[in-house]
Design a protein around this ligand. Structure first.
Ligand code: ADP
Ligand code: MG
Length: 687
């Protein structure tokens, strides 16, 4: 009922307002009820002036004892109550306003009380001058404050929610949480919770409400998380019923393992075993492998691809950038050609003839492993027998791209296995929320002999000093990166900054061999430079952030990142991961342009303190929130209405556990919950 009732049916909601509300995702009365206040004000009681506490919002009243103007840095109007027990300060005021504040008048004021130069004050309070014989009534509930949009004031929200709550009284929403859950956690009913969050009683716990830990809020968030987990569990169950090719253990896998110059780490071994077991099942593998930069994911991909190839199926390996795809191709050729496993290769810059040839090899099934960028999921690419899809550095791809490749394999009712590899270390709770439909393995160990990168943070004033020092090290045989990050989202400016750095370097140190890569270069030129750097012919590589993902030159052990304050934690971590790949002690210098914002300072400090990708990701999550950590395109299922991570992460295990319970014991309730919360959120349900 309320789930269908349009907001336009409410008093005061015309087309214009309805449109603004729709912009916030609100079209029905139920939507409005689920648009919760983000904070509250207590105007239900007066705080005596002598009892006011600084740094809290309070309602107070008193008699005007003086009014004056000050001419400081900012002119202000000061209205003193009760001989200065509280001062009301206005920076913006007009003369009419100033004239109202007559000595002897009674004023009631609300706002945050702060210590001022002469005592407690409130800056720009909400206020009212009143007749002492007829004081305005106090509010009967705490006052909710709603996130809003331009042109919709808080008074509008109050009027709308008032009507919605009265409709709710007439047509209560159906209670969908299992009774036992509600009892176990002593939660209020849905309808009670909605009344409480929109109009808390004066004695409701204001601190809890402000911290979003009030049982009424918990009740609602838990229901949403539960519905979300139900969606993921269903998706998982659905996928478990699909058929996939059975890929038995392969001798080629052992042959490759024996030929490697290193042994797999324990963590790689564990993940490989999980993948091998998945591939032998008649249902599609859905596995996410998380492994910090340099943890050795590529070899796992190659071993999985071999298992598919040996069973007569094709494996597609998709990388997010040309450079990475190229690098994978080189590794795969090196590993697979000696085993007579043909590798095909697709990217955006093959000539028409080369492309036709590669497409033919893929379509005929001659090529067993196909490597490429997103060029792999174009329409013309037809696989003969796709059995395994491997997606590297998953955060660069959207859910839809993952889907498109998935669908390519659906020949003869068989769905390909999927292996997703990401270097974005996703905190456990977030993984549970975002990828509840996937199995997650973690490579939580680096190959032996790696030493954590030493990181120093310095102001840009030191730029030339750093440059000269780096040149000195290069003369001693060290290879280094100098990264010039994005300037204002412009490839052109970005490239220019890198070019200027290169010039400056060449002027000061003409004896050194320096290369340049940036996003505007021709692919061949870029590759040639990368190859020269890899071969050790270049001592320094000046680059834009194109080298961010996956580039592997183990001998490089020094990195300087300019304007590091502009980059996010995840990106800094990725970039820094280009060094520290060999046995040599590596160093990274983060140059920043002062002054630093608080967040930038915090980011750089974290980078200096740790190289642990998971710790960095946790911090990143705390600073930025999950949407940005995963990249917005991945978060189709993660844009919650009410829940917020990591704030509500403690509720996830409960949500997960009860989702299982509901699926087994009460599928009708599960359906209803799913419909209430996810009815128009199909995106992630398909991936
Ligand atoms: P990432 O997980 O970042 O993709 P790579 O797969 O590129 O890491 O591996 C980084 C480097 O470590 C490569 O040079 C790779 O050959 C090497 N490597 C991988 N596994 C091991 C191992 N178990 N022991 C030693 N070196 C390894
Ligand atoms: Mg990699």
């Amino acid at each position: 009922m309320l789930a269908q009732q349009r907001l336009t049916s409410l008093k005061g909601v015309g087309d214009k307002l309805a449109q603004k509300l729709a912009g916030l995702g609100l079209t029905t009365v139920q939507d409005l009820l689920l648009h919760l206040p983000y904070r509250y004000q207590d105007k239900t009681r007066l705080t005596p002036l002598h009892a006011l506490r600084p740094f809290a919002e309070q309602l107070a009243q008193g008699t005007i004892t003086s009014q004056r103007f000050t001419q400081g840095r900012r002119a202000s109007l000061l209205v003193e109550l009760d001989g200065g027990a509280l001062t009301l300060r206005f920076f913006h005021f007009n003369h009419n306003q100033a004239r109202q504040f007559l000595r002897g008048k009674q004023v009631r004021a609300f706002g945050e009380v702060r210590p001022g130069p002469t005592g407690l004050e409130i800056v720009h309070p909400q206020y009212r001058i009143f007749d002492p014989d007829n004081p305005p009534p106090l509010q009967s509930t705490l006052t909710p404050v709603y996130h809003s949009t331009e042109g919709v004031g808080q008074s509008t929200w109050l009027k709308l929610t008032e009507q919605a709550l009265s409709l709710l009284r007439q047509h209560p929403l159906e209670e969908l949480l299992p009774h036992a859950l509600v009892q176990e956690h002593a939660l209020p009913s849905l309808n009670q919770a909605l009344h409480t969050v929109h109009r808390p009683e004066p004695d409701d716990d204001l601190d809890a409400l402000m911290n979003h830990t009030h049982p009424a809020q918990t009740r609602l968030v838990l229901e949403e998380l539960l519905a979300h987990q139900l969606g993921l569990a269903r998706l998982r169950a659905h996928k478990a019923q699909l058929n996939a090719p059975v890929l038995p253990p392969s001798n080629l896998v052992n042959a490759l393992l024996v030929s490697l110059p290193f042994q797999l780490t324990g963590a790689q071994q564990r993940v490989l075993e999980a993948v091998q077991a998945d591939l032998q099942k008649p249902h599609p593998m859905q596995r996410l492998v998380q492994g910090d930069v340099g943890s050795g994911k590529t070899i796992i991909a190659a071993l999985a691809a071999l298992q598919a190839a040996d069973a007569g199926y094709q494996a597609a390996v998709m990388a997010p950038t040309e450079i990475l795809a190229e690098q994978h191709r080189n590794h795969f050729l090196e590993w697979l050609e000696p085993l007579n496993v043909p590798v095909a290769w697709l990217n955006g810059r093959l000539s028409a003839a080369q492309r036709r040839e590669q497409l033919a090899r893929i379509a005929s099934g001659e090529a067993k492993v196909v490597i490429g960028t997103h060029a792999l999921f174009q329409k013309e690419v037809e696989f003969a027998r796709l059995g395994l899809v491997i997606i590297d550095e998953q955060h660069r791809f959207g859910v839809h791209q993952r889907l498109a490749l998935h669908q390519k394999g659906q020949a003869a009712g068989l769905h390909p296995h999927q292996l997703i590899m990401t270097a974005t270390p996703i905190p456990r709770t977030l993984a549970m929320a975002a990828y509840g439909d996937l199995d997650v393995s973690v490579i939580d160990e680096l190959p032996p002999g790696r030493k954590p990168v030493h990181t120093a943070v310095m102001s840009m004033d030191k730029r030339l000093e750093v440059m000269d020092h780096l040149a000195e090290r290069c003369r001693e045989g060290v290879q280094a990166y100098w990264v010039c990050p994005l300037i204002e989202q412009s490839d052109a400016l970005d490239a220019q900054a890198a070019e200027e750095t290169l010039k400056l370097f060449a002027q000061r140190h003409p004896d050194l061999q320096v290369g340049l890569v940036h996003g505007r270069m021709k692919a061949q030129d870029k590759d040639a430079i990368m190859q020269a750097f890899k071969a050790g012919d270049l001592q320094l590589l000046v680059a834009t952030t194109v080298i961010e993902v996956g580039v592997n030159v183990p001998n490089a052990s020094l990195m300087v990142i300019e304007n590091a304050e502009r980059l996010g934690l995840a990106q800094l971590h990725q970039l820094r991961g280009r060094v520290g790949r060999g046995a040599k002690q590596s160093h990274c210098v983060l140059l920043y342009q002062p002054p630093l914002s608080d967040t930038a300072r915090r980011r750089l400090q974290i980078m200096r303190e740790t190289t642990d990708g998971f710790k960095i990701a946790e911090e990143d999550l705390a600073i930025r929130g999950p949407g940005e950590v995963l990249g917005t395109r991945q978060t189709g299922g993660l844009t919650f209405r009410l829940a917020e991570l990591p704030r509500d992460e403690a509720l996830l295990p409960t949500a997960r556990q009860w989702a299982q319970w509901l699926l087994h014991n009460s599928p009708e309730l599960a359906d209803a919950l799913h419909a209430r919360w996810l009815h128009n959120r199909q995106d992630y349900a398909l991936a």
